[in-house]
Structure formats: structure tokens, C-alpha cells
Design a binder for this molecule. Structure first.
Ligand SMILES: [Zn+2]
Length: 249
């Protein structure tokens, strides 16, 4: 929803108050900014009277050149826009699945729209708005189809895994806040902090670390390369792995 489509009660503009600088910007001691006092009529084109509450000065909004918002109303509008976007993202897929389920049982779209109308208590269906809305929502959120995939059979050859060779110390002053690890080719190895892992201990004390997902669930977007970790670096690698445990990384 944009600023132009909102319908808030217009408010009679208040008397312009003397504007004060919002930021305490340091300037050269030889420059003293004189704060101008202008009438609403003399305001520069990028300032105006807030179209929501009538306060001045209000900044012309870049996305709606004829619309001005004061800081307070700008924050309120951005918050309500975010709340609306979140609500849409949360409920549209659910409404879509529910409507498709019951339309497939034989109820018509109008029947389903009537139920929705009753449920939300708005009785908007007279104008056909809910039927159109249901059509749009279902077009945007079709129920996924599912297909069988073959069972995964993974064979790991531990001698072929990327092997951590050494550790570099943290140097916070130079922008290296934590220790880092290098592989046999001297390349930095990214450690999947906060990810779920299986650690397979080897008879000689080395370990193989296999990433399995995040927050206890498998998640292909967090798949990382398995690593071979020599025994003398295992403690530091595990400390790095768990460094973000407790934060929802
Ligand atoms: Zn305002």
C-alpha cells in the first residue's frame, strides 16, 4: 500500500513551528548556519505540510512526489506498511491452501468467498471483492505438487575431504575478530558456525565433520562441504562451530 492509497482523516494544518536542526553536525567555527524561519508558502519544494497530521516541516516522500510526511507519520506509515506486508506473507499461503482444498471438494469460489466473508465479518462479497481476492491469492500461492525422489545413498571417502591444515590467530585490531582455519592449499575454510553437525571420530583422533542442517532440521540451503580435521585442531574447530550456539544464526 502506498502513501497515496491511504485514507486517513485530513487534519487542519497547524501553525508552522520554528524548525530546529535535527542533527548536531560539527561545522567549522567560521561557519554559523542561520536557521531560516519561513512561512508555509515560502517552503522549498522538498518540504511541505505533513499530509497525515499537518505538521511542518515535512519531507516530500521520494516515492510520492506530491505527498509530504513528518518524521512521526513517516515512522508510523513504514511500520504499518511492514505489518501489512508481514500479514500478507503469513496468511495468503494459508488462505490459498484452504480455498483450494474446499473448491476441490465441489464448493464454488463464491461459496468459499462467502465463508471467508462470514468469517472475517466484513461482508465484502457483495462487490465481488473477496472472489477476486481469492482468485488472486490462489494464483500467487498454488499448492505445490510433490514427487518422489530416490533415497539418498552417500559414500564419503575421508581421504578426499577438504582437510584443515592450520589455524590463524584472531587479530581484532586488524578486523579479524576470530581465529580462522586454512586448508592444505592455504585457502581459508569457512566454518559453519551454528549449523548442526555429525562428528565422526577417527581411530587416530582426527575427525570428520559433516554438516546436516540447521536448528535440528535438514536444510539444503545450509549445506556445507564436509571437513577433515586433524586431532590437534579439533578443539579449536569445535569451539568455532559452537561459537554462535544460542543465537539463531
Ligand atoms: Zn505527520
Amino acid at each position: 500500500m502506498t502513501a497515496q492509497t491511504r485514507t486517513r482523516k485530513p487534519v487542519t494544518p497547524r501553525k508552522a513551528s520554528k524548525p530546529t536542526p535535527a542533527l548536531n553536525v560539527k561545522t567549522s567555527s567560521t561557519i554559523t548556519a542561520k536557521v531560516p524561519t519561513l512561512t508555509v508558502r515560502d517552503m522549498p519544494t522538498h518540504l511541505g505540510v505533513c499530509d497525515w497530521c499537518g505538521a511542518t516541516p515535512a519531507l516530500i516522500t521520494p516515492d510520492a512526489p506530491t505527498f509530504a510526511e513528518c518524521p512521526k507519520c513517516r515512522i508510523f506509515r513504514l511500520l504499518t506498511d511492514a505489518a501489512t506486508a508481514d500479514l500478507e506473507a503469513l496468511i495468503h499461503p494459508v488462505i490459498s491452501a484452504w480455498a483450494q482444498q474446499y473448491e476441490s471438494t465441489g464448493l464454488s469460489r463464491t461459496d468459499v468467498a462467502d465463508l471467508l466473508d462470514l468469517y472475517v465479518g466484513q461482508h465484502l462479497s457483495d462487490s465481488g471483492r473477496l472472489v477476486r481476492w481469492l482468485t488472486d491469492v490462489q494464483a500467487q500461492h498454488p499448492i505445490p505438487t510433490y514427487q518422489d525422489v530416490p533415497t539418498a545413498r552417500v559414500t564419503l571417502d575421508v581421504t578426499q575431504l577438504r582437510r584443515i591444515e592450520r589455524i590463524g590467530a584472531a587479530v581484532p585490531d586488524r578486523g579479524i575478530p576470530r581465529p580462522y582455519f586454512l586448508d592444505t592449499n592455504g585457502q581459508v575454510v569457512s566454518i559453519g558456525c551454528g549449523l548442526d553437525t555429525i562428528t565422526l571420530m577417527q581411530p587416530n583422533g582426527d575427525a570428520v565433520i559433516i554438516y546436516t542442517g540447521i536448528h535440528g532440521g535438514s536444510n539444503t540451503t545450509h549445506q556445507q562441504e564436509s571437513l577433515y580435521v586433524p586431532a590437534h585442531l579439533l578443539e579449536q574447530v569445535q569451539a568455532e562451530l559452537t561459537s554462535r550456539d544460542g543465537s539463531r544464526a
